[in-house]
Write a protein that binds this ligand. Structure first.
Ligand code: AMP
Length: 111
């Protein structure tokens, strides 16, 4: 079964979310189940299932530049994280970068 991804439905405003950034090509939302004091998702509007499906350097570059821009709007220090595939912990198969930040002295985990 295929249809719009969860994030496409968020982009289309079919599902409510807390949008913190949007331009012609990207959207950033607050994660519904935050794993850090600040937890955002930076999502390309052009759908790929996982980050390694992005073949164009410009597209990949724009994604990371947007993630950095959004992160810097919310924190000075931050972690960018991508889960790629089920074995990598990916649950939503529409490419996205996690922005995690806001800890007093860095994340607890050593990964
Ligand atoms: P991943 O495991 O990398 O696929 O991450 C998917 C993320 O999407 C998880 O951190 C979820 O908490 C988050 N998520 C799932 N549903 C929603 C939603 N409706 N709004 C915002 N974030 C969501």
């Amino acid at each position: 079964m295929s249809g719009p991804t969860l994030f496409e439905r968020i982009i289309a405003r079919e599902i409510p979310s807390d949008i913190v950034y949007e331009d012609a090509d990207f959207i950033a939302i607050k994660d519904i189940s935050p794993k850090a004091p600040i937890h955002l998702l930076v999502i390309p509007k052009k759908v790929t299932a996982r980050v390694d499906e992005i073949a164009e350097p410009l597209e990949m570059g724009q994604l990371w530049l947007t993630a950095v821009k959004v992160a810097r709007q919310h924190a000075q220090d931050y972690r960018l994280l991508v889960n790629c595939g089920q074995g990598g912990g990916q649950v939503v198969f529409h490419t996205h970068i996690h922005v995690l930040a806001g800890w007093e002295s860095g994340p607890d985990s050593d990964t």
